[in-house]
Design a protein around this ligand. Structure first.
Ligand SMILES: Cc1cc2nc3c(=O)[nH]c(=O)nc-3n(C[C@H](O)[C@H](O)[C@H](O)COP(=O)(O)O)c2cc1C
Length: 375
């Protein structure tokens, strides 16, 4: 599909996405969200002035909400890099407070993504290198042994760590938290059969495998009360395992998302690498075309964030060939999906790395001035 054959998607076509949105206490000026993107630019876990300006620019550029890069919860094996920001400790709190004030000063909301990397931390982390990597069963996403299995005491400590970070985020004025439950992070590896071989009540059936993520959400909900927005990020794929599927049918997806919703999730963030692909293509129903966010909405009745190669030519990570649809065609599909109520918010990652003003430029019809992301 050559770009010259289609007039560029202009602000009028995207108009519906500039409408306001609210869920729980979160009130957003539009539907555009900055996706969480790890930067590794917070020495000793402390966000610097550079981080403040980085987020301020994206807020000034028009997004309704920013989801921060993954911020580590207080657990010795939570992260891989010594420059990933922490969501605990006095000095990190000071840095984050300035980020929150800067983003609010530009009328955008900001939520903190809470992250424990589990086995995605790898075997030779820079952060706390003497502490072994942990996961549900000490198995990496490639199926090979990695680190050690979490004990029940470790799991309790991790739950407490999510709660501590969520409380800090709330105290600092963040508008909510996003619990990172995708991409092979610790919560995701509990749900995935390949990485969870436990024989206690946290392993075996899908119901058991979702128990720990559910308990983590529940603990945060209980500590923060009913009005504090909790977003949960879910993905089928894992870093390095792009064809992985935690849920192979809508019924399995329901068995994962509904307990999380019952535990207190307000909104799901469905991380896909290509937003236009159907989640369950062999599903023999009128919903066959639906992506993961559409299914999450249908199954849970909760709002959903869609993401994945909107306005970029290659998916995030992996060696897949370039996509065969041009950027404008993808935006057209986004609008169609919005009109079919398949998502509520649209997250952009790399487009906002390349151009913090992407949203404002699109809204005001200055699409020819957009700086596009190049792989
Ligand atoms: C540099 C970079 C760092 C990322 N770090 C994170 C992260 O910390 N947490 C997370 O959930 N996703 C992370 N992602 C994935 C993005 O949130 C997003 O899902 C992905 O980039 C696809 O969106 P896009 O096609 O608009 O870039 C990262 C992506 C990039 C490009």
């Amino acid at each position: 599909m050559g770009e010259q054959n289609n007039p560029p998607v202009h602000s009028a076509a995207l108009e519906p996405l500039y409408s306001e949105f609210s869920v729980s206490s979160l009130k957003l000026r539009n539907r555009f969200v900055m996706a969480p993107m790890t930067r590794e630019s917070s020495p000793r876990g402390i966000p610097t002035h550079d981080n403040v300006e980085y987020y301020r620019k994206r807020a000034a550029g028009g997004v309704g909400m920013i989801i921060t890069e993954g911020t580590l919860v207080r657990a010795p094996a939570a992260g891989s890099s010594a420059s990933m920001p922490h969501m605990y400790g006095k000095d990190s709190a000071v840095g984050w407070r300035s980020v929150v004030e800067a983003v609010h000063g530009e009328d955008a909301a900001i939520v903190s993504q809470l992250m424990h990397m589990g086995v995605m931390r790898g075997g030779e982390p820079e952060f706390e290198p003497d502490v072994p990597t942990v996961g549900p069963s000490g198995i990496g996403v490639d199926g090979e042994p990695l680190g050690r299995a979490l004990t029940r005491a470790d799991m309790d400590a991790i739950k407490d760590a999510y709660v501590e970070s969520a409380k800090l985020a709330s105290d600092l004025g963040f508008d909510g938290v996003e619990i990172h439950g995708g991409h092979g992070m610790v919560l995701d590896t509990f749900i995935w059969e390949q990485t969870n071989r436990r024989e206690d009540e946290y392993g075996g059936t899908l119901r058991n495998r979702v128990r720990f993520p559910m308990e983590a959400v529940s603990a945060v909900r209980e500590a923060l009360g009913p009005g504090f927005p909790i977003i949960y990020r879910f993905s089928q794929w894992k870093v390095g395992q792009y064809d992985a599927a935690v849920a192979s049918t809508p019924a399995e997806l329901e068995q994962i998302l509904c307990p999380l919703a019952d535990a207190g999730v307000d909104m799901f963030h469905l991380s896909t690498r290509r937003h236009w692909l159907p989640a369950f293509p062999s599903e023999n129903s009128a919903d066959q075309h639906m992506g993961l966010s559409g299914w999450a909405k249908k199954i849970t009745g909760l709002p959903a964030i869609m993401v994945g190669s909107v306005a970029v030519d290659h998916p995030f990570v992996g060696d897949d060939p370039a996509d065969d649809q041009d950027r404008d065609e993808k935006l057209r599909l986004v609008v169609e999906k919005f009109e079919r109520d398949e998502f509520d918010l649209l997250a952009l990652g790399r487009p906002l790395l390349a151009d913090p003003e992407w949203v404002n430029k699109t809204r005001t019809g200055k699409t020819d001035q957009i700086v596009h992301f190049k792989k």
